[in-house]
Ligand binder design. Structure first.
Ligand code: NAP
Length: 339
């Protein structure tokens, strides 16, 4: 069993959850951050009792500095760090290059340090795009880059492909698998919200006054963390080369808003009830960066099955309405949504 695990991107939503669960199970954790001076105090405040079991290293996906130190003494790596912005960059390489190069860098340094297991946080972005004829997907599907997909989708697909090819060719002895979450929600620890949680916040605080006709598949950050931990712990033959989508249910934004209204009526006074007509999304998209992404998703169903993950790793995902309720409660408790 792994004893020390490197979790890259410890400041992130998912990275923090993976660290949380590993520390709770008795592991020692090394983690990378881009700015140690800025982030170490925050991480120590979150896990005040971790002491020497938590070590923080400065390492950027785009530089070799710090990676050898971060990997030293580690048995397994959960490679979570990757750029995940809310908007769309002008140049897709702002995302594609760090995602791909960063993953290969993490793999190279892991192999050099003798790491025997590498779990990459990929995404449903690498599964469910570029197939207009399909609306149901599972772990066997791959995003079709030839169809032309947004930069973030391309970055995750290219990074997972590159990682699998590199691991097969250069590190056959290292057990590699990926966790492929759909949109992640669940309790938050601070106001540095990830893209998916930011969207729910905007629904609850009323910043989204009309609900666009789009949907997303929902999963819970606690289930994403658990998939990483179980992938680190499971027998090698069970997880080698696997892809583990974490996904419960595809929900229209209007269904998510309805779930918030039903499960947390006390927080729902600002939640929009009316739909934004598709023509208005199209009209505003050139001027509102987030609506640009919404435009290409209008009316699309992208259901991703997580059944394979539940079966192979042996646990049941949290009910999606519970996830949304817990997210809403946590956003209010932390004062991130002010009512
Ligand atoms: P997040 O909170 O924004 O975390 C991203 C992490 O990556 C941060 O720790 C960030 O560090 C780090 N990072 C970004 N660029 C970096 C660079 N150049 N060098 C080093 N570190 C860098 O996002 P998240 O939701 O936790 O996402 C984590 C992973 O899950 C990503 O791989 C993302 O693609 C994947 N994912 C997320 C979702 C979702 O809905 N949240 C769904 C599917 C997959 P800083 O703090 O320094 O910025």
């Amino acid at each position: 069993m792994a004893v020390t695990v490197l979790v890259t991107g410890g400041t992130g939503y998912i990275g923090g959850e993976v660290i949380d669960q590993l520390l709770a199970r008795g592991y020692s954790v090394n983690t990378t951050v881009r700015n140690k001076k800025k982030s170490e105090l925050r991480l120590r405040a979150r896990w005040p009792d971790a002491g020497e079991r938590l070590k923080v290293f400065q390492a950027d996906l785009m530089s070799d500095d710090g990676w050898a130190e971060a990997n030293a003494g580690c048995d397994a790596v959960a490679h979570v760090a990757s750029p995940f912005p809310l908007g769309v960059p002008k140049d897709k390489n702002e995302l594609v290059v760090p995602a791909r190069e960063g993953t290969l860098r993490a793999l190279r340094f892991a192999k050099a340090a003798g790491v025997t297991r590498f779990v990459q946080t990929s995404s449903a972005a690498a599964i469910a795009y570029g197939h207009p004829e399909k609306d149901h997907f599972d772990h066997t599907d791959w995003t079709n880059l030839d169809a032309g997909v947004p930069p973030y989708i391309e970055s995750k697909t290219v990074a997972e492909r590159a990682a699998r090819d590199w691991a097969a060719e250069n590190a056959p002895g290292m057990v590699f698998c990926s966790v492929n979450p759909v949109a992640v929600f669940g309790p938050v620890d601070n106001d540095d919200l990830s893209t998916s949680t930011e969207m729910l916040k905007q629904i609850i605080d009323g910043s989204i006054p009309l609900l666009p006709n789009m949907g997303i598949s929902v999963c819970d950050v606690r289930d994403v963390g658990k998939a990483h931990v179980l992938a680190i712990e499971a027998p090698a033959d069970r997880i080698r080369g696997e892809r583990f989508p974490t996904a419960t249910k595809f929900m229209w934004i209007s269904e998510m808003a309805e779930a918030v209204r039903r499960r947390t009526p006390e927080f729902a006074s600002n939640v929009a009830t009316k739909q934004m007509p598709d023509w208005l999304v199209k009209l505003l998209a050139p001027f509102v960066p987030t609506l640009k992404q919404v435009r290409s998703e209008l009316g699309n169903v992208r259901e991703v099955s997580g059944t394979h993950t539940e079966e192979v790793l042996g646990y049941k995902f949290i009910d999606p309405e519970q996830t949304l309720e817990d997210t809403a409660r946590s956003l209010v408790e932390h004062g991130i949504v002010k009512l």
